[in-house]
Design a protein around this ligand. Structure first.
Ligand SMILES: Nc1ncnc2c1ncn2[C@@H]1O[C@H](COP(=O)(O)OP(=O)(O)OP(=O)(O)O)[C@@H](O)[C@H]1O
Length: 257
């Protein structure tokens, strides 16, 4: 298993955000986490990326315990996150935003960087080549020199995805990747996610409210309600699960069936 989450609990004062949640994600899997508002989805992402520290339980990435690792350490271990709210630099170009995502891979000393010699120069060139590949891969070449602030919403999200991919993550966290998108933008994003899985074999965990997208794309789905795991299985399995239907009574899960 590439990721193991064992008996994770997280509390905020009187609120039990996560209550003994366990699941495991296989390498190259596209894993989804769903649940009604306040179910604990974002809390899991925040634990996985080191933003929150759970009171109990363990998170293992390729066997290494990362439960108490800080966000920068987790990023360096290869966990990248595409945020729900766009966190790009509006005044910088698409290419520069993507290059920034790459900087944690450029491990050279300040002196080398200043002199732009040897290792630094080679690393910079490799980063540039890789950024170009990602621009091709996500069909962003036409806007590479455009300031991100000028782009339409759907394309900004694609740049955000490109920046996360630039870290060559072994685990990519997608935080509501199609929130606020129209039908066409949603289809583009779905295709990009499928391309990433098919061609890069990146392991992905997606939190998403769009049931149709989750059911179409995910290999397996974890369903949370009030911080507890109520179901885990294939999209077909969770859609037929009694507890899931109850949690979503009158909600999106029924629409998707
Ligand atoms: N920083 C925090 N301080 C206090 N309570 C929090 C904090 N973060 C989350 N919570 C609480 O923990 C519970 C789970 O929240 P979380 O954001 O993980 O749910 P969610 O499933 O992502 O919800 P949504 O679908 O609305 O984004 C909620 O009751 C929420 O109010």
């Amino acid at each position: 298993m590439m990721l193991e989450v064992n008996d994770l609990s997280l509390r905020f004062g009187g609120t039990q955000a996560l209550d003994g949640v366990s699941f495991a994600v296989e390498k190259s899997e596209l894993f989804a986490i769903i649940g009604p508002n306040g179910a604990g989805k974002t809390s899991i992402f925040n634990c996985l990326s080191g933003v929150y520290r759970p009171q109990s339980g363990a998170i293992l990435l390729d066997g290494t315990r990362i439960t108490a690792t800080r966000p920068d350490g987790i990023a360096r271990l290869g966990v990248a996150r595409m945020f729900q709210n766009i966190e790009l630099f509006d005044n910088l170009t698409v290419l520069d935003n993507i290059m920034l995502g790459r900087h944690i891979h450029l491990r050279y000393s300040a002196l080398e960087a200043a002199l732009r010699l040897g290792r630094a120069r080679r690393a910079e060139l490799a980063a540039r080549r890789f950024a170009e590949e990602i621009l091709d891969f996500l069909d962003l070449q036409a806007v590479r020199r455009h300031p991100v602030g000028m782009l339409p919403y759907g394309m900004k999200k694609r740049v955000e995805l490109a920046r996360a991919l630039a870290m060559e993550p072994r685990l990519l966290l997608l935080d509501e990747p199609v929130a606020g998108m129209n039908t066409e933008e949603t289809e583009d994003m779905a295709r990009a996610i499928l391309d990433i899985r098919a061609e890069l074999s990146t392991t992905m965990i997606m939190v998403e409210h769009d049931m149709r997208l989750v059911m179409d794309l995910a290999d397996r789905v974890l369903v949370l309600d009030f911080g507890r795991r109520i179901a885990l299985g294939t999209p077909r399995e969770v859609q037929q699960d009694e507890a899931v239907l109850r949690a979503y009574l009158g909600g999106a899960a029924e629409e998707a069936t």
